[in-house]
Design a protein around this ligand. Structure first.
Ligand code: GLA
Length: 653
């Protein structure tokens, strides 16, 4: 079963409304709600004084209606009494301002007081609902790092020092790792080390990088504090937490997901952006690849959000299309934020399955219809997406890339999407994986921009190409080690033998530059250029204008049994990737009209081809072999599928 439902905040509503909720949930095909995310103040109105009676009724009602509960641990917004008694739990910004309560997520991740109160509440909750028939899953916290990515208070400073001591062991090792000989930054005592607070100019980059790592770990420790309680009290109940979508810089998902049983993502593509589904697709491939198993779309908007400066509703059909997109890319659940739209509070203009207008609304009709539709395809749950191409993504490299004082500012997600979009448009299914992961199953590995490259990851790439893999690396990759120290001896030092070249200088562009391809065609490059010396590679394209005229721009090198391509500029990536894919034997899922996304979910006995028309025109898609569309007539195989704009088909073959 593909689980279907929403965030449920029962404390907003009277018992009468809650009774109606159960009826409407049945009508809408809701099978799971994630309940109680912001209920802390309602279940513990004063320290140690619990009021769970009303929540018991909610749980009983949901169990009676056959609805599963992904029970929130209620710790995402500590009640006012906690910060009144312990103002030191409030987070402090880099400029020293301590934030006030009155919104949500008002806690310092390193606060022992916050963590112990959270653990106490979770113990109460887990003990009370252990074995409850509605309890299906735990939802720990909520969107860790969404508002508070890091805290710079004195408690965090002490925690940072503890973390650094564990990482480096000695001050000498830390001084070396942080290159503190530079600008007289040598530390003589641990107490001298602080978080990177606002400083006269660029703070030490290695310190900033480690503070990113530490801040992700501090939030992870909050998650683990709760997870340990849950594992002890309810060892058989799976645990998740919802990552902020589309892709979140603050948390290194690769260090988090080993601690989860199932991975969840929240996703809010902007309806005003006609290419928002591509960015969403990237996030879905990434979140799926972190655990290589189905994931949960834990929150999305049924229609408009309230937090952009202009918020468009989702036009008719867009919510269904976006939901099916997540399923196509491996989701086994589609839930919304939220079930019922509140009349007050900061999110009163955020859409809900039951809007202010109630049941007789377009949103309720569309979400109920999707609920009924998903109930018809239970066999999709548990099936897997398979990819021949991997794109490499690494959080420390992202953090390092976007530090200050570089040859030019580069944005990691822009670079990723530039490489991902042509593959997406061609219906080449991608995984998005960690650079040290086993790559042997992929025909092609794409490295859009891996500025920071640990030696182990470089060795992984070498073994991959040596063993016959095809690799495409773009500029400003393999530049620094894990401590943001440039590798010496010519860039990208750890990849030079694989790529067969040496980069002598970076020449970031403020305009485009002409490219002359060896096959006689021409093109242009943008963003970046480099002075490249060939050391075995051959030039596929050379610069055709500017100071670098005649010098290599794009190269190809045979290494071991494989091939390594290098792009020292940003060419038109569609044709380049097309050529690299063809040589690597990578083929699309389907030749489909533009705007149609095609993904296959593989089951043990059947495969399901999911077609999604993101375009604004109706299209006809020819199928490789006759197959029935499970959403229209499962008994009648068809040779072609007609898709309306925003249309979806699920073909079983
Ligand atoms: C996230 C949060 C929800 C809500 C929505 C609004 O999903 O987890 O609590 O704030 O955003 O879009």
């Amino acid at each position: 079963m593909i689980r279907y439902g929403a965030d449920y905040n029962p404390e907003h509503w009277s018992e009468e409304v809650r009774r109606e909720d159960l009826k409407l949930m049945a009508e809408a095909g809701v099978t799971m709600v994630t309940a109680g995310i912001y209920s802390w103040a309602a279940v513990e109105p004063r320290p140690g004084e619990y009021d769970f009676g009303w929540f018991d009724d909610v749980m009983a009602g949901l169990a009676g209606a056959g609805i599963q509960v992904c029970l929130a641990t209620m710790t995402a917004s500590p009640p006012p009494w906690l910060s009144r008694l312990h103002p030191e739990i409030l987070p402090v910004r880099a400029d020293g301002v301590r934030l006030s309560p009155g919104a949500r997520q008002q806690f310092c991740p390193s606060s022992p007081v916050y963590r112990s109160h959270a653990a106490r509440l979770v113990t109460e909750l887990a003990t009370r609902y252990a074995g409850h028939p509605a309890l299906a899953m735990w939802h720990v916290g909520n969107e860790f790092g969404c508002h508070i990515r890091a805290c710079h208070c004195d408690e965090s400073a002490a925690d940072f020092r503890r973390w650094l001591e564990e990482r480096y062991g000695t001050l000498e090792a830390l001084n070396d790792a942080w290159t503190t000989t530079f600008w007289s930054q040598h530390y003589a005592e641990w107490e001298e080390i602080l978080p990177p607070r606002v400083a006269p100019t660029f703070p030490n980059p290695a310190q900033q990088l480690d503070f990113h790592r530490f801040s992700s770990d501090a939030l992870l420790e909050c998650f683990l504090t709760e997870q340990r309680v849950l594992r002890r009290v309810t060892p058989d109940v799976p645990i998740t937490t919802n990552f902020v979508g589309l892709v979140q810089k603050a948390l290194d998902w690769h260090t988090w997901t080993p601690h989860e049983d199932v991975v969840s993502l929240d996703s809010y593509p902007d309806p005003y952006d006609p290419r928002a589904h591509v960015e969403a697709a990237f996030a879905y491939d990434l979140v799926r690849s972190t655990k290589d198993q189905p994931w949960l779309l834990l929150e999305q908007a049924p229609s408009a959000v309230n937090w952009r400066s202009r918020n468009s509703p989702k036009p008719p059909g867009a919510m269904r299309l976006g939901s099916w997109q997540a399923i196509a890319q491996g989701a086994d659940a589609v839930l919304f934020f939220q079930w019922r739209q509140t009349s007050g509070g900061a999110e009163k203009f955020h859409s809900a399955m039951v809007p202010h207008g109630g049941r007789d609304t377009r949103t309720f009709r569309e979400t109920s219809s999707l609920g009924r539709e998903l109930a018809r395809v239970p066999e999709l749950a548990g099936t897997r997406v398979r990819a021949d191409v991997a794109l490499l993504h690494d959080w420390p490299s992202w953090w390092g890339l976007e530090l200050d004082s570089h040859p030019a500012s580069l944005e990691q997600l822009e670079t990723h999407l530039a490489h991902y979009a042509p593959l997406f448009d061609a219906n080449v299914t991608c995984d998005v994986v960690h650079p040290a992961r086993d790559l042997s199953r992929y025909k092609l590995v794409v490295v859009p921009n891996l500025y920071l490259l640990e030696q182990a990851a470089a060795d992984n790439l070498r073994a991959y190409v040596d063993g016959g893999g095809h690799l495409l690396v773009s500029y400003f990759s393999g530049i620094v080690d894990g401590c943001d120290r440039a590798y010496l001896g010519g860039h990208p030092a750890p990849l030079r033998d694989i790529l067969g070249l040496r980069v002598d200088e970076f020449w970031p562009l403020d305009d485009s530059i002409a490219l002359d391809f060896a096959d006689g065609t021409t093109g242009s490059g943008t963003i970046w250029a480099e002075w490249i010396e060939l050391e075995g590679a051959s030039a596929v394209a050379s610069f055709g204008s500017g100071e670098l005229i005649g010098r290599p721009a794009i190269t190809r090198h045979e290494f071991g049994d494989g091939v390594a391509w290098y792009a020292g500029t940003r060419p038109d990536l569609g044709p380049l990737l097309g050529r690299v894919c063809a040589e690597a034997g990578v083929t699309p899922v389907l030749e489909a009209p533009p705007g149609v996304q095609a993904v296959v979910r593989h089951g043990e006995e059947s495969a399901y081809l999911i077609l999604l028309n993101h375009g604004t025109e109706p299209v006809t898609v020819d199928l490789p072999r006759p197959a029935p569309d499970l959403l229209t007539d499962p008994s009648r195989p068809v040779r072609e599928v007609r898709l309306a704009p925003r249309g979806v088909a699920v073909l079983k073959g």
